[in-house]
Design a protein around this ligand. Structure first.
Ligand SMILES: CC(C)(COP(=O)(O)OP(=O)(O)OC[C@H]1O[C@@H](n2cnc3c(N)ncnc32)[C@H](O)[C@@H]1OP(=O)(O)O)[C@@H](O)C(=O)NCCC(=O)NCCS
Length: 264
């Protein structure tokens, strides 16, 4: 079956191994010796997360099993890679997210933790969350729902709470918080609709909705709903404009994902 994302990754890795001998072993081990994108991710991410008590081999099995049991995970990962390559002007290749970008790596690990969560393996899901937080400085509750085509750029200090929802084709910069106000219980975290841009350092608090294609300015504190295709900024955030584009950075890829954050 044709797999254009994996084919591109493989060709790039072959060339990179020739161009940069210092990285030849990495390219070989992580990509060129692997039969599929899923197994390549399992190798790369288990190596990154292996820490203290959990051997790399066991984590690799956990990743392989998750990808095998829920094939949609691999599809979402491919959409993420394409979204990053297309939307991030600093992304030079398809291999860059897999090998170097911790936002992509953290979201992919979260996807496995979310899979475990949905299978009732909460202890292991929490453990993965803690490893992701330590290794990538990204803290996503495994019950949070995140769609595909996600660009989590720079990623440091991104936090998403238990009942947060992020739909498809959303761009998120570093230091964004999707948190509770501390005054609510139950369903208490933001709902981010598709095509939204969340600027660096934006703090979104409470069970609020950020409408389709909206933009949140860097450093904003958002405490109320944001209408679709609207730009908000400031502390607390106020409406500062309307944007006719359907997506963050005008970069909606219109990817055909298999659903959105609500359904996973
Ligand atoms: C400050 C906080 C506790 C709310 O306190 P509160 O006394 O209940 O305040 P209210 O929600 O009634 O809001 C009062 C006013 O302060 C404003 N306000 C509330 N929180 C604010 C914040 N963080 N920054 C700026 N203004 C804020 C509100 O817009 C409101 O303004 P208005 O009267 O002009 O409409 C809450 O908003 C907050 O920031 N909690 C911290 C949550 C957090 O850090 N979560 C991360 C979890 S990972």
């Amino acid at each position: 079956m044709s797999d254009p994302v994996w084919e591109k990754l493989y060709q790039e890795a072959k060339q990179a191994a020739i161009d940069e001998p210092a990285l030849a072993d990495l390219m070989k081990e992580v990509i060129l010796d692997q039969p599929s994108l899923e197994e390549a991710l399992s190798v790369r991410l288990s190596r990154k997360l292996a820490y203290h008590a959990t051997p790399e081999g066991y984590l690799k099995e956990v990743f392989n099993e998750a990808f095998a049991t829920e094939p949609e995970l691999g599809e979402r990962v491919r959409h993420d890679i394409v979204a990053i390559k297309t939307r991030d002007p600093a992304c030079p290749s398809y291999i860059a997210p897999m090998l170097y970008f911790k936002g992509f790596q953290a979201i992919t690990c979260y996807r496995v933790a979310h899979h475990l969560w949905n299978q009732g393996r909460h202890e292991l899901a929490y453990y993965l969350q803690s490893l992701i937080s330590e290794i990538f400085s990204v803290d996503i509750h495994p019950a949070a729902k995140i769609g595909c085509g996600i660009l989590l750029d720079h990623a440091t200090s991104f936090v998403a709470g238990e009942t947060a929802v992020v739909e498809n084709n959303v761009s998120i910069l570093h230091e964004v918080t999707l948190g509770g106000t501390g005054k609510e219980k139950g369903d208490r975290h933001p709902k981010i609709r598709h095509g939204v841009l969340l600027g660096a350092g934006a703090k979104l608090l409470g069970n609020i909705e950020v409408g389709v294609g909206a933009k949140v300015g860097a450093g904003s504190v958002v405490l109320t709903d944001v209408p679709p295709h609207t730009t908000v900024a400031g502390v607390p955030a106020r409406i500062v404009g309307k944007n006719k584009d359907d997506a963050a950075f005008g970069m909606d890829q219109h990817l055909e994902c298999d659903g959105n954050g609500e359904s996973h």
